[in-house]
Design a protein around this ligand. Structure first.
Ligand code: NI
Length: 162
């Protein structure tokens, strides 16, 4: 496994739409290594989620880890098929270090995706998981949280030195 270089604010790739991963590619070393590297990179920077485009790969792969007992979740070719309600939440993004703002996300989402074994799955998510899925699926469509923040809520928070 390896830490991949993150793509940051201003990098044009972040505005591009990612492509579906063909089913026959999911078990390939290339995709499996990408997934492992994305998880390692997300953990290194203490992220809750990461989309492949954020490491420069325009493929519809996202990883999410809420640091609970479920461990990291891998969603390939995810599609949000239903949303319900709204939640106003504080949000950040590994491509926008130290920037946080409020956004409105669905309170619940139902998403279909393929897992890293190639099995099509369905997840019903709420709260932070719903927020993370919505944020990461936006990345796959070239959409960034910074373009949908509630006016006047952007804050710059420097990490503590240690
Ligand atoms: Ni992000």
């Amino acid at each position: 496994m390896a830490i991949r270089n993150l793509r940051y604010e201003g990098d044009e790739i972040l505005k591009k739409k990612s492509r579906e991963v063909p089913k026959e590619d999911i078990l390939s070393d290339k995709i499996q290594v990408l997934i492992d590297d994305m998880i390692e990179t997300m953990h290194k920077y203490n992220g809750v989620g990461l989309a492949a485009v954020q490491v420069g790969i325009l493929k519809r792969v996202i990883v999410i880890d809420l640091y609970d007992d479920k461990g990291p979740i891998v969603l390939i070719n995810p599609v949000i098929i239903k949303t319900k309600g709204e939640q106003e939440v504080e949000e950040g993004c590994l491509s926008f270090p130290n920037q946080f703002a409020k956004v409105v996300r669905p309170a619940e989402v139902v998403a279909e995706y393929t897992d890293r074994e190639g099995k099509r799955m369905r997840v019903k998510a709420k709260e932070l998981l719903a927020q993370a899925i919505a944020h990461e699926v936006d990345h796959l469509n070239g959409e960034l949280f910074i373009d949908k923040i509630l006016p006047g809520t952007l804050e710059y928070i420097e990490p503590e030195e240690n």
